[in-house]
Design a protein around this ligand. Structure first.
Ligand code: UDP
Ligand code: MG
Length: 312
């Protein structure tokens, strides 16, 4: 007989008092129909409203609910990370607390994981968000797809399912939660997506302002640096350095030819300085890359490679 899944549902929340009771009610119904063991972890990310009281109330009624309160508002990524560290399931579901994600999707997500995937990311194909967010989000998804090499339509969907191994090897902080599927893919996990139902926000308002775009961009750089290039800094800096060096050398050779063939002065041409600038920049970038290589080598980090051994 197949072993029962143990499912942990991790729900980060910040000031969502109106939604919690309703969310728990539908969630409980879905989970109880699934013939599995489950726990629900509400991670209160420093709410200042009555959210924590609501969670205590829910826990009284349902012992499979756990509540964790962060000392202050650390952000969704940190809340998720804490949830991951405290969850005991072999399959972990994350969802938002604002009733925008639909618990009815959970059984299907779990069955996709059981069919052999490590991460299933929700895709809000029809989404109920403000116009501007829809379009910036589309741009963000396109860029992230290109850079990470995995084609997903909706990286930032709150509703996702993970096999335990994935959350064990990924840490999120800052605004990195948007990139979990990209990080997982880069580490060699099997990632896919599933179209999910999305609802308009019923109570309260969104917790992310315009700063989400700037922070999101910096986090993309972090993802690039800490995954693609961390073991081979020279590949990045060396390439940039080489391009710059070649450009600079080209310019100076061109100017030198002008001088000797046509007797033009070098010193009264701004291009002269640009050429020198590119050469110096090139050498510097190259050196940074080399230093990076030395650091990587002396740290002698054991590669975080996913390995499996036959155990039975
Ligand atoms: N959230 C959180 N900490 C924060 C901001 C948001 O735990 O600092 C939670 C929030 O309560 C919700 C989820 O993250 O459960 C998604 O946030 P929101 O609905 O505001 O984002 P949007 O749907 O607008 O992307
Ligand atoms: Mg929302």
């Amino acid at each position: 007989m197949e072993e029962k899944n143990k499912i942990s549902v991790v729900i980060p929340l910040y000031n969502e008092e109106e939604s919690l009771l309703e969310l728990h009610k539908t969630l409980k119904k879905v989970l109880e129909n699934m013939n599995c063991n489950y726990e629900v972890l509400f991670i209160d990310d420093g709410s200042t409203d009555k959210s924590w009281e609501k969670i205590k109330e829910i826990r009284k009624e349902n012992p499979f609910v756990r509540g964790i309160k962060l000392r202050k508002n650390y952000g969704k990524s940190s809340a998720l990370d804490i949830g991951f560290r405290h969850s005991g399931g072999d399959i972990i579901i994350t969802m938002d607390a604002d009733l925008q994600d639909d618990p009815q999707e959970i059984p299907e997500l779990v069955s996709i994981i059981n069919s052999g995937y490590d991460l299933v990311s929700g895709w809000k194909k029809i989404r109920y968000d403000p116009f501007i967010k829809k379009y910036t989000s589309r741009f963000f998804n396109l860029v992230t797809s290109k850079i990470s090499g995995i084609r997903l339509h909706d990286f930032n969907c709150g509703l996702k399912a993970y096999r335990k191994e994935v959350i064990d090897s990924i840490r999120v902080y800052g605004e990195l939660h948007r990139y979990i599927p990209a990080l997982a893919h880069i580490q060699g996990f099997k990632v896919t997506e599933k179209v999910v139902k999305h609802h308009p926000r019923k109570y309260g308002k969104t917790k992310f302002g315009a700063s989400r775009f700037v922070k999101g961009f910096f986090d993309l750089l972090t993802v690039l640096f800490t995954t693609r290039f961390i073991r081979r800094p020279l590949h990045l800096f060396g390439t940039l350095g080489l391009i710059s060096f070649i450009l600079g050398t080209g310019i100076t050779i061109y100017l030198t030819v002008l001088k000797f063939l046509y007797g033009e002065y070098l010193t009264n041409r701004p291009l002269f300085l640009v050429g020198i600038l590119f050469i110096i920049l090139g050498v510097q970038l190259f050196s940074i890359g080399l230093i990076g290589e030395m650091i990587t080598k002396s740290l002698n980090t054991e590669e975080d490679i996913l390995i499996k051994e036959i155990t039975e």
